[in-house]
Design a protein around this ligand. Structure first.
Ligand SMILES: [Mn+2]
Length: 361
């Protein structure tokens, strides 16, 4: 097995063999259950799958993978379907005695879980920049410098010299790909060497199929509405969506809008259930998007987190009446402009009003 690429690039001695520590703590336990953030993405799904493979192969323990919320994006659903990944809805999980809970690609107290907070967590393996208290958790491996949690999991599998089957390699590679795409890339040399390592092992045709997953009509409807309610304020574009067909649609809109040549920031907010779902993207390095979005939402009772270039969050809505939502939108816009150092100004429509009216007529 070609272990070289990652082996040479690991930095400190301390960072070595975290996988030994992780596995040692699981030895006395019977069952290992993996959890992640709400509405899991490929990085969290790939990480759960990879770690379950590690635990099953090295320790022979039973494992379960869970799903908090829904699988939103068509691509993510394709990943789960095509690789036959069994995800137990978190609400249906019966906690067992002698069970270890491992949280991946997320951290407790981020507001991104519907997990019973009294259930103890054994390990947190993540790459998000999230201020958190993790003192009670036996095993913590958080590497902010990494583009993907799947990179860390790949590292563990290599450390333990575990052969990686095609299905696992495919999920891990796709998990890394989705996390490091866009520009500027949020990738470290370790993400690149994990990609290099996984590439020959993964099913590239299957990845192509996942990338090109068929999209539902609601996707196009929502995109149209988002384009028609997009306003540019200097180097920021804001899009308001009335109702999101699925919560991740906000990030899909932001991903699309950040390509607009006149902006450095794209923000989308839309209603899903009793929450306003938020997503922000930056086209600049050192954007500190996660931190900035947290600043915007903290006084509005919301939660947010993420990375330098991409972040997401939500604000609970006491009322979903258009009045209440509009008021919150106004407040959000003001705060966003302030955090991004943009002077208050009149928003310019992305699609001129006459175009919208002509199309309706
Ligand atoms: Mn991730």
């Amino acid at each position: 097995m070609a272990l070289q690429p990652l082996e040479n690039e690991i930095g400190s001695k301390q960072a070595e063999r975290q996988s030994d520590r992780f596995l040692a703590g699981l030895k006395p336990l019977e069952l290992v259950t993996f959890i992640s953030h709400i509405n899991p993405d490929p990085d969290s799904i790939g990480s759960m799958l990879g770690l379950a493979h590690l635990v099953e192969t090295t320790l022979g323990k039973r494992t379960r993978l869970t799903r908090d919320g829904i699988i939103g994006r068509a691509e993510n659903q394709a990943l789960v379907d095509l690789l036959g990944i069994d995800l137990i809805p978190i609400g249906e999980v019966q906690w067992e005695w002698g069970e270890a809970l491992v949280m991946v690609d997320s951290q407790p107290n981020t507001g991104r879980h519907s997990l019973d907070p009294s259930v103890p967590i054994y390990a947190v393996i993540d790459h998000h920049d999230t201020p958190d208290e993790l003192d009670d958790i036996s095993f913590v491996d958080i590497r902010h410098g990494l583009g993907a949690t799947c990179t860390l999991v790949t590292r563990y599998l290599i450390e333990q010299e575990i052969p990686i089957p095609t299905r696992i390699a495919t999920a891990l590679l796709y998990g890394i790909e989705t996390e490091v795409k866009g520009y500027p890339r949020e990738a470290s040399v370790l993400d690149d060497s994990a990609t290099y390592f996984l590439f020959p092992l993964a099913d590239k045709d299957l990845i192509a199929k996942i990338r090109s997953a068929p999209l539902p009509q609601s996707y196009f409807e929502c995109m149209l509405q988002a384009m028609q309610s997009s306003f540019k304020y200097d180097r920021l574009i804001i899009s308001w969506v009335n109702e999101l067909p699925q919560p991740e649609m906000a990030s899909q809109v932001a991903d699309f809008l950040i390509r607009f040549e006149e902006v450095e920031w794209a923000f989308c907010a839309g209603v899903y259930g009793d929450q306003l779902i938020l997503s922000i993207r930056a086209a600049v390095s050192d954007g500190r998007a996660g931190q900035k979005l947290r600043q915007v939402v903290c006084k509005l009772g919301g939660r947010a987190g993420g990375h330098d270039r991409r972040a997401g969050g939500f604000i609970p809505l006491p009322s979903t009446s258009s009045n209440a939502v509009e008021q919150l939108q106004g407040e959000l816009r003001r705060r966003l402009l302030k955090v991004l150092n943009i002077d208050e100004c009149r928003g310019q429509r992305l699609v001129p009003r006459r175009e919208i009216l002509e199309n309706i007529g």
